[in-house]
Write a protein that binds this ligand. Structure first.
Ligand SMILES: NC(=O)c1ccc[n+]([C@@H]2O[C@H](COP(=O)([O-])OP(=O)(O)OC[C@H]3O[C@@H](n4cnc5c(N)ncnc54)[C@H](OP(=O)(O)O)[C@@H]3O)[C@@H](O)[C@H]2O)c1
Length: 230
């Protein structure tokens, strides 16, 4: 996409971690951010700090009705130029057969079905303009595996397949991309790496390269399985 344009950027999982670092830079560059998360205090604080045209809303992406209601609120002001499916959960470190069914179900509901819910609600408005980029956050564990993170791995492998199939459905001028952000010191990383997460970049450091990389994505990257450069 053209570098000087002002974009509407829809971002799930804006309350902390990578989402938070991304949106602060997007806003600093003059773009409009439409963000969501579940934590009520965090969303209230974001709403007070960032006034319209930015919009932050409490939405659980696993809840198709909440996602649809979110789209009904923000789409009348315009379709997103970028749809960033960033929100996700990590399972507590455990061997697959020790992961409780409820935890497995919740992870799949957020990491896979949540992405489909957001695409179902927002993509038709983007298709109407035949314009826009969908970025589904994958992982190194969407292309490789490790023990004790099987639920997360299978959800991110699913994101790779979902993104490639979606890319084959889009008209020219649009893109669907699976993006491995790299390894960044967030709450999610700390939950599986423990204290060694601290040796990786902070979300703010990571976003210095991630933001221009994301904003540079366009139709030529459709179907890509990409990684944020380090
Ligand atoms: N950090 C890494 O090293 C790394 C590596 C590879 C891939 N990734 C991927 O990068 C993305 C961001 O990860 P992160 O490290 O920033 O994770 P994080 O620190 O755990 O943040 C996750 C974000 O997602 C939101 N979220 C979780 N469930 C949600 C739901 N059901 N509905 C709406 N929002 C929800 C959380 O907010 P609430 O709690 O307020 O809902 C939070 O804002 C994820 O897709 C992750 O799989 C991260």
């Amino acid at each position: 996409m053209a570098k000087s344009a002002v974009y509407r950027i829809l971002l799930t999982g804006a309350t902390r971690g990578l989402g938070r670092a991304l949106f602060e830079k997007f806003i600093a560059l003059g773009h409009t951010v439409l963000g969501c998360g579940r934590a009520p205090e965090a969303i209230t604080q974001l709403q007070q700090e960032w006034r319209p045209p930015h919009r932050f809303q409490m939405v659980d992406v696993a809840n198709a009705k909440q996602v649809r209601q979110w789209s009904e609120k923000v789409l009348p002001e315009g379709a997103p130029d970028f749809l960033l499916n960033n929100a996700a959960l990590m399972n507590r470190n455990a061997r697959l057969w020790e992961v409780p069914a409820a935890e497995f179900d919740q992870l799949i509901d957020v990491n896979i079905k949540g992405v489909a819910n957001v695409i179902r609600a927002f993509l038709p408005a983007m298709l109407a303009r035949k314009k826009g980029v969908i970025v589904n956050f994958s992982s190194g564990w969407g292309r490789s595996t490790s023990p004790e993170v099987a639920p997360y791995c299978c959800s991110k492998w699913a994101i790779e397949g979902l993104s490639q199939a979606l890319a084959q459905e889009l008209p020219s001028g649009m893109a669907a991309i699976a993006l491995n952000p790299g390894i960044i010191d967030t709450e999610m990383l700390r939950s599986c790496f423990g204290s060694s997460a601290a040796q990786y970049p902070s979300p703010e450091e990571w976003s210095e390269k991630a933001v221009p990389f994301l904003l540079g994505l366009g139709p030529r990257q459709n179907g890509g399985s990409l990684t944020v450069p380090t």
